[in-house]
Every structure is written in C-alpha cells, then in structure tokens.
Design a protein. Sequence first.
Length: 79
Amino acid sequence: MSQHSLYDSKRGCSHPRVLFFAVNPLSGSLKNVFDQDRVQSELDLQRTVSQSFNQNVQAANTEINQHLDQLKAQLKKAR
C-alpha cells in the first residue's frame, strides 16, 4: 500500500487516500448573517438609480425626437 492510497481487500484494488475529519457537532447548520436593513438599503439605492436612469433616458429620447422633427421639417422645406 502506497502512502497515497488505501488497499481494498474486498475488491482487490487501491483507492485514492481517504481523509477523515472530526465532525463538528454543529456541522450542517448555518449562522444567520442576513442583515435585513443592509439589504433593504441596497434595494432602495438600486431603485433610486434605476428611476433616475429611466428619467434620463426619457429626457434624451425627447431631445432626440425634437431634433428629428426639426430635421424633418427642414428637409420638407428644402423640397
């Protein structure tokens, strides 16, 4: 048996070395670290940023459409 494997006498073969660890009695349990206030604050910030962005997009679209209307009017006069 090599240093890196265990011999399985039932199967007559070697397996990669198996590491055994002491099991913590609390294993499988997770500590609750959820911070509701922090999450709500982040959600509020994301909502504010999204609303501001949407307002900027609407303003830009209005400006673009006004400029397009002016260009169309100029083109119509030139014909």
